[in-house]
Design a protein around this ligand. Structure first.
Ligand code: HQG
Length: 322
């Protein structure tokens, strides 16, 4: 393992105070490697080999060399104005920001500001945000509606070590994360990992169903069903899991479940076409499985529920209404 205090000191030099060892960074944040080693090694043990080791093994991949390793810079986290040539990238739907409980009243008024750094730092997962927040005392995590921010003109950057950066986050895009949401977003990640496998539905039923409270799991399933990013096959797996829950007598939110499943997998002209979702609808609505006039995609209660989730069914036949 590399010497942690040397690594911390290098971070101070490359992000905040190069003058401490009498060096300067260029406009893109690069320092000369020989100068850095010479300056740092006056107070901290550092050789070219140990520097290479620090860069290679840093758990957050904080530093990069240029091609011939004559220059080095921090990938992000600066307080001095350098341009590390970050590329604007489309962010995921949500990002997280971890902070200390003591900052929340100020954040709830002003939104997130970079304070001494150039950017507000965000992460793509909740767990990282909790760690970052814990550096400031009791951690609190905010959910950032990154997709909406981007649509409304805010730029996002992703540093080479995967930290998301943006200039500021106004209050309207922030929400303190509640525990159910966190539980369900963890389950969403677990489910996503299962999607890659063969027999995904069985694996999910055996490993994920028994492990979580149904209410948390249901929220995770609904959030996947509302997300366009998944495939028909993934949605079918959601249907299989919901069917298992129905059979197990779990308290399923009937309208939302039927609505979302039919929205993803149903056919307005043939409500019985997909066996799994018809079984779910028939069981939850107490219908005659083999003989019913019921059509979920024409049920006003279901359509209203979907509309409340922002989903408006105006498929081919009814398009005259649109
Ligand atoms: C808070 C570490 C009051 C903000 C981590 C944060 C990270 C406000 C603190 C990286 C505020 C600044 C950055 C407002 C923001 N009112 N407080 N309006 N807006 N704050 O350390 O995000 O290990 O500068 O919530 O992993 O904690 O160094 O930023 O709590 O990626 O590589 O002001 O540092 O990475 O604190 O951490 P920081 P941060 P490294």
């Amino acid at each position: 393992m590399s010497d942690n205090s040397t690594s911390k000191f290098i971070s101070l030099i490359l992000r905040h105070k190069p003058e401490t060892i009498g060096i300067t960074l260029d406009e893109h944040g690069w320092a000369n490697v020989d100068e850095l080693i010479e300056g740092v090694s006056k107070t901290h043990p550092l050789t070219r080999e140990s520097l290479e080791e620090i860069v290679r093994t840093d758990e957050k991949q904080r530093y990069s060399f240029n091609e011939d390793h004559s220059l080095i810079r921090a990938n992000q986290g600066h307080s001095i104005p350098v341009d590390v040539e970050l590329e604007k990238v489309k962010p995921p739907k949500y990002l997280y920001h971890g902070t200390g409980a003591k900052f929340t009243s100020s954040i709830d008024q002003q939104g997130l500001i970079p304070k001494s750094r150039l950017y507000v730092h965000l992460s793509s997962d909740y767990e990282t945000a909790v760690k970052v927040g814990s550096r400031h005392g009791k951690p609190v995590v905010y959910l950032v509606n990154a997709e909406q921010m981007e649509t409304e003109g805010y730029a996002f950057y992703c540093s080479v070590n995967g930290v998301w950066l943006t200039k500021r986050v106004p209050v309207k895009y922030l929400k303190q994360v509640d525990v159910t949401f966190v539980e369900s977003s963890k389950i969403v990640s677990e489910l996503k990992a299962v999607f890659e496998k063969e027999d995904a539905a069985e694996i999910a039923e055996e490993t994920i169903l028994p492990k979580h409270k149904w209410q948390d799991l249901q929220q995770a399933l609904f959030s996947i069903l509302q997300d366009d990013a998944f495939s028909e096959n993934d949605y079918q797996i959601m249907a299989e899991i919901i069917w298992s829950a129905v059979l197990a007598g779990e308290k399923v939110d009937t309208e939302t479940a039927i609505g979302l499943l039919y929205y993803r997998l149903g056919n307005e002209n043939d409500p019985y076409g997909n066996n799994t979702i018809w079984s779910i609808a028939a069981r939850l609505k107490d219908l005659d499985y083999a003989n019913s006039e019921y059509n979920p995609l024409r049920d006003p209660v279901i359509l209203k529920r979907l509309a409340s989730l922002g989903i408006h069914i105006s498929k081919n036949v009814n398009s005259s209404e649109a």
